[in-house]
Design a protein around this ligand. Structure first.
Ligand code: HEC
Length: 147
């Protein structure tokens, strides 16, 4: 199976990721499928953002952890735009980029330590998850539709 190149490309992309943002026990596991990206990066990182939306960080350390999380989220969105993972070249790309855009906006909120703006950032972020899932999760059609 020609998965080797994909794997190496993702290792290169993943090298920029912070291990601090990965859940304990998963180390530097490299996401090679959309599901891997979701479970190793998108989900744990967005959980931190959603938690912070209801309870903003109180210390520099927890702001720093949150910053890693939004950076990981943006990185996960960029990974989803890779040819190996993208399900098509149009809507999928827009939706993956929307995740990057909202994560970058959340990064600005975090950099400004604007606790009051976290709830809105969390809501905006959540919309990008929902929009993509509404389109790509309900389909039980063949796993790899032609491009
Ligand atoms: C560009 C599209 C896209 C975006 C954006 C996206 N997802 Fe996903 N997500 C998927 C796809 C496709 C799957 C199904 C992967 C599979 O099972 O092959 C998935 C699966 C999941 C799952 C189920 C994982 C499992 O164990 O089966 C969760 C939970 C999830 N995503 C959370 C999120 C969250 C939270 C966000 C936003 C912060 C998000 N996703 C953003 C496409 C996306």
């Amino acid at each position: 199976m020609p998965h080797h190149t994909t794997f190496l490309a993702l290792v290169a992309a993943g090298a920029l990721l912070s291990p601090a943002a990965a859940p304990a026990g998963q180390g530097r596991a490299t996401p090679a499928t959309v599901k891997d990206v979701m479970t190793s990066m998108t989900i744990p990182a967005s959980d931190r953002v959603f938690e912070a939306a209801s309870e903003p960080p109180k210390t520099d350390d927890t702001w720093a952890v949150l910053r890693k999380a939004v950076e990981t989220l943006a990185a996960s969105g960029r990974l989803l735009t890779r040819a190996e993972l993208a399900r098509d070249k149009t809507t999928w790309m827009e939706m993956a980029r929307a995740l990057v855009t909202e994560a970058d906006k959340a990064l600005k909120v975090v950099q400004a330590k604007n606790g009051d703006a976290l709830a809105q950032a969390g809501d905006d972020l959540y919309m990008t998850c929902e929009n993509c899932h509404a389109r790509y999760l309900e389909s039980t059609a063949p796993a790899d539709p032609p491009r």
